[in-house]
Design a protein around this ligand. Structure first.
Ligand SMILES: *[C@@H]1O[C@H](CO)[C@@H](O)[C@H](O)[C@H]1NC(C)=O
Ligand SMILES: *[C@@H]1O[C@H](CO)[C@@H](O)[C@H](O)[C@H]1NC(C)=O
Ligand SMILES: *[C@@H]1O[C@H](CO)[C@@H](O)[C@H](O)[C@H]1NC(C)=O
Ligand SMILES: *[C@@H]1O[C@H](CO)[C@@H](O)[C@H](O)[C@H]1NC(C)=O
Ligand SMILES: *[C@@H]1O[C@H](CO)[C@@H](O)[C@H](O)[C@H]1NC(C)=O
Length: 178
């Protein structure tokens, strides 16, 4: 009985000390060298049909912002080469926001996740304006996961094929990370 009491007191007194408390620790980063990684892959969009990679989930025809304001959900494969049959190394998931007043620019919120090799499980986060009507364009990389923790960088894009039903975009990404 007494031992149980002591144990109860021990748990009550010690656990909040051991597990509670607001924690903060700041260290200098001088010993951490930043690394730069260059990536090259191809994004394949299929527009419509049973294998579509983009679906419009919301749209409005508001006279205030222009004729077509919409949000599109993307889930598209990334491959090593430009051919659709080339090896898949990951996928892009996220949103594209089209604002009706500016039909030449899309704002993209995309996570590019890798599923092969040493990058398996790592991803990069892109949140950027995308001047989609230009053949060559640049997107901002604002973060990442796994190998790309605390990443920042940019992606250079080139549309290498576009038709009514499909789209292939080359990505050259430069990321700086720890
Ligand atoms: C969709 O993908 C499946 C599996 O890859 C394929 O068999 C089918 O032909 C594709 N459908 C179209 C319309 O391309
Ligand atoms: C949007 O609304 C305007 C005015 O109401 C109309 O003339 C136009 O056809 C509509 N556009 C679409 C794409 O529905
Ligand atoms: C990638 O990682 C996932 C989860 O850890 C694992 O299930 C999968 O087999 C890995 N794929 C490759 C190609 O290593
Ligand atoms: C990506 O890099 C390759 C090899 O350096 C180059 O041939 C290609 O033009 C570049 N593409 C873009 C979109 O920057
Ligand atoms: C592509 O779409 C446009 C506009 O809807 C149409 O005029 C054209 O014939 C289509 N082209 C093909 C190859 O289907």
């Amino acid at each position: 009985m007494e031992r149980t009491m002591i144990l109860c007191w021990f748990l009550l007194l010690c656990i909040p000390v051991a597990y509670g408390g607001y924690y903060s620790k700041t260290e200098s980063l001088v010993s951490h060298l930043r690394k730069v990684t260059d990536l090259r892959f191809f994004f394949h969009g299929i527009l419509g049909g049973e294998n579509t990679t983009a679906v419009t989930v919301a749209s409005a025809n508001s006279s205030l912002l222009g004729p077509s304001n919409s949000i599109v959900v993307d889930h598209a494969p990334l491959t090593v080469g430009p051919e659709p049959t080339s090896k898949t190394i990951g996928n892009a998931q996220g949103l594209e926001v089209f604002a009706g007043r500016d039909t030449t620019t899309v704002v993209v919120y995309l996570g590019f996740g890798f599923t092969e090799g040493e990058l398996n499980g790592s991803s990069i986060s892109v949140f950027s304006r995308n001047p989609a009507t230009e053949t060559e364009r640049e997107l901002a990389v604002i973060g990442g996961r796994g190998k790309f923790k605390l990443a920042e960088g940019y992606a250079l894009l080139k549309t290498i094929f576009i038709s009514n039903t499909s789209l292939v975009v080359e990505y050259n990404v430069t990321v700086i990370h720890y």
